[in-house]
Design a protein around this ligand. Structure first.
Ligand SMILES: [Zn+2]
Length: 136
């Protein structure tokens, strides 16, 4: 004998708030460091070196070096810069560097301006050194 249980369990709303981060974290990049071997990583669940899962969260000082930089033209009137920035702590972050795209090169030193772009949620950096210093 079949018995239809027509009860629909409605999920209670209010799932928001689970990932409740402090407001002040918006001005810094948080990364993970392996407690076993000390490797710094970004948005990983396991250490890429020793596969350890015992990670602790630290705050980056926000200073890094551009390792790769490309310009993206994708349905936007303005070209968008996408860069890989190696932070001083040793992990690599994908983000955007402010300024003219042609003025951003590998090896340029950058400083974190905004940890999370309000539109894309990406870190935004600004150049530390004057672009014209190398020409003098
Ligand atoms: Zn490790």
């Amino acid at each position: 004998m079949y018995h239809h249980s027509g009860t629909v369990v409605r999920q209670a709303g209010g799932s928001a708030g689970v990932l409740d981060t402090a407001p002040r974290d918006s001005d810094a990049i948080l990364f993970q460091r392996c407690t076993w071997c000390g490797t710094a990583m970004y948005h990983r669940l396991l250490c890429p070196v020793c596969q350890g899962s015992d990670l602790r969260t630290e705050r980056s000082e926000g200073v890094g070096t551009v390792r790769h930089s490309t310009t993206v033209h994708r349905n936007t009137p303005a070209a968008r810069n996408v860069s890989l920035v190696e932070m001083a702590e040793g992990f690599v972050v994908r983000g955007r560097v402010m300024g003219p795209p042609i003025g951003i090169h590998s090896g340029d030193r950058v400083r974190l301006s905004t940890a999370k772009d309000p539109v894309r949620g990406e870190p935004v950096f600004q150049l530390v050194d004057e672009p014209f210093r190398a020409w003098t």
